[in-house]
Design a protein around this ligand. Structure first.
Ligand code: CDP
Length: 795
């Protein structure tokens, strides 16, 4: 008779276990960077450039030095004497730490003041006098490539213009041949605007250099502590073992906290110079105006179609605006991230992508905001193109997608750009979504409504996203291979501590990783404490972004648990006085195959590891696993939205939104739903209300929460989520695929497609996001596409 534990009761795989981290968060007992106060701590503020492009004639900081309470004023020239005026970026470019020669975007860091408190530091920043000579400004790729355009990066040798890269991937000749055979060629041009991850907690750091021990400890808001440790070692030329990076609780990251920011570098240098802890906490405007933007890509596409609806080939061209420094955090061999993951869900014989990146007078862009390295732009383009193609063919939107899907038995499937997708049931997800939204019925209602002048629309978007970089063969950042790790220590009483190389920022790792241990070892999840983010204790890992944690660190948790189980089996054989081959496992317990009642629990094995191990066995029950995934995981989703557009005002309301997500095995269904709900909310915000852009002078418009709205429960529509399609990942140890970003990646196109569908018959093919009422109204009344590309007029 089995005595296996009930997995759901012990909080294992599939349990909707409440988030353990919320106990401290809802009591206000989280420990964020700004909560940390160290003895003797000073405060740093940054002076930012008011101009987007200007030569610096002079900087006079003498008045700032005179203000009582000021300890240090850092300028670019002082940084230069320590070879720290510039730093390398994660994309093999350089970035100014503090400007020396020119300022290249509004909000660029020009000087820092370190003082007794932040108010003195801020006042002292205002006392610094800078003489600027304004220069012409560039805010889009067309301006960047125009004849006679000013060269933004004149600091670089061999940089005669503003082009950063020209890159291509795919089969050019095969794609050309496909277009020659096409009955119909569908075209689309759009701009995915700059957007900002805008975590509630801004960036910040507290550097604490101890001269007596030579140890530098930095508490900071980073999603990737080990990468920061390596960067500090290389940039500041400090020994790596004397650097400790601690990433405490993080109030949202969304990609914003992956890059290395000048504020981190300056606080570290200030602490070394002053031998006191130095805290820098960025304010909201600083965060919105100067830290890691996302997107800002112009997409041009063409689709070659047979008249029965079969897609023969796709051409894509992107022009991406990276701002003043090329600092995208992405695998080094892909210049435009994983943009070429587009069309992975569709069976398309040939595709070709050309990509050009340019500098502009904007803050560095290109962070993967809740996205696996540009997958959001790829999926947005894909699903907007699918909608345009279906309507050019006069085909039903759902039928067109279904007929071109990769079939369930075609996996692993090689995509037109060369990725290998793992598994999926695409048509089933679509059917679940169509049923849930009442597709046929809605189309009938839509036709009726149109006769009365009411504009109803339905938008479909599908998404498949490559999640879980590495494998290390193909994926690296700055040459550091992408894999991840977990270390598990079982104490003698059967309680455990687990550490991983990932870093949660609200995703709930403290809850879900313990569930994987419970699944593998039968230890109740509540007996496993999870710790991440301290480089002195956590095993090396690449951190958390691009929804890579479950595919990589989560897999490492399963693998290290299996290593522990293998040793526990030897201990069990010893305790049961049988050979190891005669020992069987069921959840939480080893037993003798021929006498199932004779058994020992995993907790008894743990005690034996410290008190009664066999001769010659190393004591203790702990291990580490480094996991290098064989492939990415490929979750799939279908999002369907229905809307009503008011032609008189351009306001559009969501009537219904259905989400069908297949992320393989769900570790914690409640957390997965939370991730989807959050992603859909961000997708809705991007499509509807988040307006941040630039005028002709390079002023950042919308760097406040009046223009760049974060939707509250009031604005956010309801979402209907479906979880009935589960296609386990064939190569992940527990069959899980990533989920964190899927809805933010696939959601925006569903909203935009719905509004464009509502305008069917007006000739409008595109309105750039955000679909603000004035843009929709202009499209409806003028019967033309509306671009949102900068510069915008502000009069
Ligand atoms: O890397 P990140 O944590 O942002 O994304 P993720 O790996 O997709 O995981 C987000 C959260 O959802 C984590 O708490 C995961 O453990 C959980 N999750 C899950 O319960 N089941 C899955 N199949 C995928 C993620």
């Amino acid at each position: 008779m089995t005595q296996a534990l009930d997995e759901i009761k012990i909080g294992g795989l599939g349990a909707s276990r409440k988030r353990v981290e919320d106990d401290r968060f809802i009591r206000g007992r989280g420990n964020y960077t700004d909560d940390i106060t160290l003895p003797g701590m000073l405060h740093m503020e940054i002076l930012r450039s008011p101009l987007a492009h200007a030569r610096i004639r002079s900087i006079d900081a003498s008045k700032a030095w005179e203000i009582p309470g000021v300890h240090l004023v850092l300028t670019g020239d002082m940084m230069a004497t320590r070879n720290l005026a510039w730093m390398p970026t994660l994309s093999y470019d350089t970035q100014a730490v503090l400007a020396t020669d020119k300022v290249r975007f509004q909000g660029q860091e020009v000087a820092c003041v370190i003082a007794d408190d932040p108010y003195i530091a801020k006042d002292a920043c205002e006392a610094i006098e800078i003489d600027y000579e304004p220069l012409p400004v560039i805010v889009n790729p067309t301006q960047a490539q125009a004849d006679g355009a000013p060269v933004i990066r004149d600091d670089k040798e061999n940089q005669p213009d503003n082009v950063i890269f020209d890159w291509e991937v795919g089969d050019r000749a095969g794609t050309d041949a496909a277009f020659e055979q096409a009955d119909v060629v569908s075209k689309l041009k759009l701009h995915y605007p700059r957007s900002h991850p805008s975590p509630i907690e801004c960036c910040g750091s507290i550097a604490d250099f101890n001269r007596a021990t030579s140890k530098l400890t930095v508490y900071m808001t980073t999603q990737a502590p080990h990468i920061i440790r390596a960067a500090v070692a290389l940039v500041a030329e400090l020994p790596e073992h004397m650097i400790r990076i601690v990433s405490p609780d993080i109030g949202g990251g969304f990609g914003n906290k992956v890059p290395v920011y000048p504020g981190y570098v300056c606080s570290i240098l200030a602490s070394i110079l002053l031998e006191r802890p130095v805290k820098w906490i960025e304010d909201k405007t600083g965060n919105l105006i100067s830290t890691g933007f996302a997107r800002d890509v112009y997409l041009h596409g063409e689709m070659a179609l047979r008249k029965d609806g079969k897609i023969l080939g796709v051409r894509m061209h992107t022009e991406s605006d990276h701002g003043a420094f090329f600092s995208d955090a992405q695998p080094s061999k892909f210049k435009i991230g994983l943009m070429h993951s587009a069309f992975a869900a569709y069976d398309i014989p040939a595709a070709h992508l050309t990509a050009r990146g340019t500098y502009s007078n904007k803050a560095p862009g290109g962070v993967a905001y809740r996205c696996s390295f540009r997958v959001t732009e790829a999926m947005f383009f894909q699903e907007r193109m699918m909608q345009a193609a279906a309507s050019d063919l006069g085909m039903d939107q759902a039928d067109f997608r279904r007929m071109n899907f990769v079939h369930d038995d075609d996996f692993p499937h090689r995509t037109p750009f060369g990725f290998l997708t793992d598994s999926g049931q695409y048509a089933k997800c679509l059917d679940v979504g169509l049923r849930a939204v009442g597709y046929e019925d809605f189309r009938r209602k839509q036709a009726e409504a149109r006769k009365k002048g009411r504009l109803l629309g339905l938008g479909i978007s599908t998404m498949t996203e490559p999640l879980g970089a590495g494998n290390s063969r193909e994926y690296d950042i700055l040459g550091i291979k992408m894999f991840d790790s977990a270390e598990l220590k079982i104490h003698m009483t059967g309680k455990a501590i687990l550490r991983t190389g990932a870093k949660t920022q609200g995703q709930g790792h403290e809850t879900t990783w313990a569930q994987i241990v419970a699944h593998e070892l039968g230890l109740p999840a509540e007996d496993v404490v999870v710790e991440e983010g301290d480089t002195d204790t956590a095993p090396f890992g690449m951190g958390t972004y691009a929804s890579r944690s479950t595919p990589v660190a989560g897999a490492a948790v399963a693998m290290v648990s299996r290593k522990i189980r293998a040793k526990a089996r030897k201990l069990a054989a010893h305790l049961l006085e049988v050979s190891e081959e005669d020992v069987e496992w069921e959840l939480g317990r080893f037993y003798v195959r021929s006498a199932p009642d004779r058994g020992v629990t995993i907790q008894e094995c743990a005690m034996a590891a410290y008190s009664n191990m066999p001769d010659g066995m190393e004591p203790g029950l702990e291990n580490t696993a480094y996991y290098d995934p064989p492939n990415l995981t490929w979750p799939f989703a279908v999002y369907i939205v229905t809307v009503e557009v008011d032609p008189a005002t351009g306001v559009w309301d969501v009537l219904n939104m259905v989400a069908v997500d297949d992320c393989g095995v769900r570790i914690n269904p409640m957390i997965v739903e939370g991730q989807i709900m959050g992603g859909l909310t961000e997708a809705y915000a991007m499509a509807n209300m988040q307006f941040i852009t630039f005028d002709a002078e390079g002023n950042c418009i919308g760097a406040n929460y009046m223009d760049y709205l974060l939707p509250s429960a009031w604005e956010t529509p309801g979402f209907e989520m479906h979880s009935e399609v589960v296609t386990p990942c064939p190569h992940h140890p527990i069959g899980a695929k990533g989920i964190g970003e899927c809805a933010a990646v696939g959601g925006p196109a569903a909203f935009v497609n719905a509004v464009i569908d509502a305008l069917d018959g007006t000739g409008v093919r595109n309105i750039d996001m955000p679909l603000l009422p004035d843009r929709v109204w202009e499209a409806v009344t003028q019967r033309r596409d509306v671009s949102g590309a900068p510069p915008v007029r502000t009069d």
